[in-house]
Each structure stands twice: as C-alpha cells, then as structure tokens.
Design a protein around this ligand. Structure first.
Ligand code: GLC
Length: 502
C-alpha cells in the first residue's frame, strides 16, 4: 500500500503558514508550501482539524464536521489543496474527532434541548455523575440545569462525548467520512479513538494512593473493538487504499498495538517512544526490538502538537543528538510522522504570562496551581504541561511576526538540519523500503541495527570502535573505517550508515 513507505508531515494549521496576514495559518498558506514540502521529500500530509469550531481546544471541539472554518479558508480552497497535492503526488489525511463534538454542534444543541428529543441519546446523559475525571482536569460531568441531568465530557466541558452505543451516531459519522472521501482525501487520523464510550456501565474509576485516578473504566471499554472494526471495515469497503491511523491514548506498546490487530486500524501512533519525557536508550532499544517483530508497520515520531518539541525534550538542544534521532526516524522500518518545523530544528515557544497561554490544559493547570501558590510558580507548572510549546507560529521569515500565538524558537542551524532530513529521506527512498530489521543492539550508549542492506550505528555516547558485518562502504555520517574494513571508529554523538558491498 502507498502508505507503507510514505513519509508523513503533520500540519497544525493555525501555526503553519499564514497567507493573508491575519496572524493565523490557513489553507492557502499550506498550498503555498506544497513545493517546499515536496522538495524535501514529504509524501503525505496530516491536517489537524480545520473545521468550524469555537476553539476551546483549538479545533478539537468541532461544531460542523462538513465545512471549513472561515479563519482557515473555504471548501473551495480545501478542494484546491487536495487537487494540487495530488498533482505533486502527495496525499492528504485528515483528523477525525468523533469521541466528542463541541457543545456548539447542532447535534448537541438538539440533544440538550429536552429529554424527549430524538437526539437526546446521541450524547451521554445521566441523573448522577460518577467519579470519572476529565483529561483536562476536574469532573468529567457537567450539570445541565435546564434538563436536570449531567452530560459526560472526557475533555473540556465544551467537548461533549458522543454515545457510540447509538446506531444513528455511527451512521452520522459514516456520512461525515463519506463527505470527505468524496472530496478526495486519502485517509483519516482518528482522535483519541480508544476513548469512545460504548458501554452503559458507569462504574467508578479506581483511585490510586497518590490520589490520582486510574482511567481504566472510562477508556478501552469492552465492546469498543467491535465498533472500531466495523468502522475500519466500512472504510476499506469504500476503498481499500484509504489509510487509517489511530490515536490511542496510551504509552503502552501492547495496548497501542492491540488496536492494529484483526481488521482494526492500519497502524497507530507509538507514543511509547514518541512521547518519552527524556531519551532513555534502554527503553528505546527494548521497545524497538519488540516493534521490529510486530506484523503491522509501526509509526515513528518524536514530535506532535501535543508535546514539547524533541529539540528541547530529547536532544536538549544538541544538534548531534538531534541528528541521531532523525536517522532513527527515517532509516528504519516504520512510518515516520514529522511535525511541522522539526525539519528546521524549531524549538519550543514558552509563554511568559497567563494572557499568552492558549492551551486549555495549561490554562486549567495554571488556575489549579494559583490556588496553591503564586503566579510565577503557577506559570512554571502550567508550562510544564503546556501544549503551546510545540504550537508556536513557524518562523518562515527572518522578520516573522507572532500571530494568534507566539513564535516557535528559530534554530541557528536550521539549514543544516533541513539538509539532513532531505538527505536521509532520499536515502530512505533509494535504499528502502526497509521491511526487516535485524541485530538491534545497545552497547553502552551506542545503538546499532541492520536493515536489508544497511548497517546503522547511532553513537549517543563517547567515541567508540564498532565492529562491522560484512564488507561495507560509508554512505552517511562520520566514522572512520579500519583498513581491513572490519571496524568503524565513531566520534562522540555521531552516526554512521554503511552499505553492504557485494
Ligand atoms: C487528541 C488531540 C489533542 C486534543 C484531544 C481532545 O489527543 O491530539 O490535541 O486536545 O485529542 O480532542
């Protein structure tokens, strides 16, 4: 399938490229950047939500699934984007946010209008709340005085959860997917899809000793896989080449992979590696070994719109480490998902005051901490979970202005970093597809592995001498081959890729 060897690029539309100078990225901005994306080797784009939305969660609170938010453009502009991308042989996948809708969505407004309304059961209404907490903090239940019931929201209270037990909801979502397939999209990214509520058992979540809740009853509910299988099967019946990738809210490999088995999604986001808080080579190697054995191709990424950028988080602003991570992403068996700006080594944007924070999760954290301590401490704590960090406007121009949000930090070595990405993607295309990974080894701080024809050595530590398999020539990185060709000497924090000589 086309996606098995594709390099994906995530576009967080509001911060990507602004074509009309209003400080907000838009669809025409993406269209202008298509040649740039093509040039550095991108095969497919993932567009985060561009639908009309009150933007409580910056677009993940959708109020109309079949339209374009006027801030971002029009349906006609979207059609042109798809057409132009296809002309350049790039595909487009879109975000599908159907765990919840905005409370401004007509479905919810109707559902909230009365207990007898035919759409009442499209959402989850109860006379009494249970102890479930929202992933953005606080109770996940909101009291509605007009009808004297509570509705369930696993994220913000303005994001009401749909009831996936209701067959009409499922049909309505199929209609939405059909609408976008008709406009030529090539696949879907399913948002927090293991959170769908498919059960009517509202048992309390267990609470741990530290007072935190284990989200074990409200996610991965019994019956969810049946619903998701039906969804995937329906999509593949329409067109088997449509790609589906699941966002599973878990960093456990086994849990993530369980959503790609048996007629479920083509793949899922591997947060077990993607969202690591810091570089842990032992964990990376352990999980990498397991992922290299799994049947379905894993995704590989170190960035997204929901986490601090890998330039800070994993590479600690070290260009050499960043390069090693780039090699791992691109010269490997896996579907790389790059996040806008990472190819230029863009760094985090850190708001300096509450008024500059845009992320609802960080705003909530600030308020929670403010009660316990002062403003400066609240800001520090909020920024620790602040998803604005990766969402700064991309610094395309030297005189770039910030817009709806501040600017992402410019990397002084942006040009060299971009060249690395470009060269490695080229290498991936000439030497790949990499379908079998062998000999994964961690020796001290040096990770090595082999693809069909390449030996890859990523030295995260001090200078080393590493043995080679077979007769090889250097095709990337810096290392010095011994005269007999059995060894390569690598400087500290360096990589080396050697190709087998036949
Ligand atoms: C996903 C999105 C995130 C959003 C959440 C709720 O995790 O990536 O940005 O806030 O779902 O829709």
């Amino acid at each position: 399938m086309w996606w098995e060897n594709a390099v994906f690029y995530e576009i967080y539309i509001a911060s990507f490229a602004d074509s009309d100078g209003d400080g907000i990225g838009d669809i025409n901005g993406i269209r202008k950047k298509l040649p740039y994306l093509k040039e550095f080797g991108i095969d497919a784009l993932w567009l985060t939500p561009f639908y009309p939305s009150p933007k409580v969660d910056n677009g993940y609170d959708v109020s109309d699934y079949c339209a374009v938010d006027p801030q971002y453009g029009t349906l006609a502009a979207f059609d042109l984007l798809v057409e132009e991308a296809h002309q350049l042989e790039m595909r487009i996948i879109i975000d599908v946010v159907v765990n919840h809708t905005s409370t401004k969505h007509p479905w919810f407004i109707e559902s909230a209008s009365g207990k007898e309304h035919p759409k009442r059961d499209w959402y989850i209404w109860r006379d009494q709340p249970n102890n479930w907490e929202s992933f953005f903090g606080g109770s996940a239940w909101k009291y509605d005085a007009a009808t004297d019931q509570y509705y369930y929201h696993s994220f913000a209270e303005e994001q009401a959860d749909l009831n996936w037990q209701n067959q009409e909801v499922k049909q309505a979502v199929f209609d939405v997917l059909r609408f976008w397939l008709g406009r030529g999209v090539d696949g879907f990214r399913f948002d927090v899809i293991n959170n769908l509520t498919v059960s009517d058992q509202f048992i309390d979540n267990p609470v741990r000793k530290d007072g935190k809740q284990d989200h074990c009853i409200d996610v991965n509910q019994p019956g969810i896989k049946r619903v998701l299988k039906e969804l995937n099967q329906w999509i593949k019946t329409v067109d088997p080449s449509i790609f589906t990738v699941a966002e599973i809210s878990s960093d456990q490999l086994a849990r993530i992979n369980s959503y790609t088995e048996d007629g479920l999604f083509d793949t899922a986001f591997h947060f077990n590696l993607g969202s690591m808080e810091e570089l842990d080579l032992e964990k990376l190697t352990r999980d990498f070994k397991e992922m290299s054995q799994q049947k379905k191709i894993p995704t590989l990424f170190f960035n997204s719109h929901d986490m601090s950028r890998s330039w800070q988080r994993l590479a600690k602003e070290n260009r050499d480490i960043y390069r090693l991570l780039t090699v791992f992403l691109l010269i490997n068996r896996g579907i790389p998902f790059l996040f806008q700006g990472e190819e230029q080594g863009v760094g985090d944007y850190l708001p300096q005051q509450l008024a500059d924070i845009r992320d609802i999760q960080a705003k909530n954290k600030y308020q929670e901490e403010l009660i316990l301590s002062g403003e400066s401490h609240a800001l520090i704590m909020a920024n620790q979970v602040n998803r604005d960090r990766s969402r700064g406007m991309l610094p395309w121009l030297s005189n770039q202005q910030s817009g709806w949000i501040g600017l992402a930090a410019v990397n002084q070595e942006a040009k060299g970093i971009l060249a690395d990405y470009q060269n490695l993607i080229r290498l991936r295309k000439t030497e790949g597809p990499f379908t079998a990974i062998r000999n994964i080894k961690l020796t001290g701080d040096c990770l090595s592995y082999q693809t069909e024809s390449l030996q890859i050595i990523l030295n995260f530590g001090q200078p080393i001498k590493h043995s080679l398999e077979g007769n090889r020539k250097t095709i990337f990185g810096n290392g010095m081959l011994s005269e007999d060709g059995h060894w390569v000497h690598l400087p500290a924090k360096a990589c080396w890729i050697g190709k087998e000589q036949l």
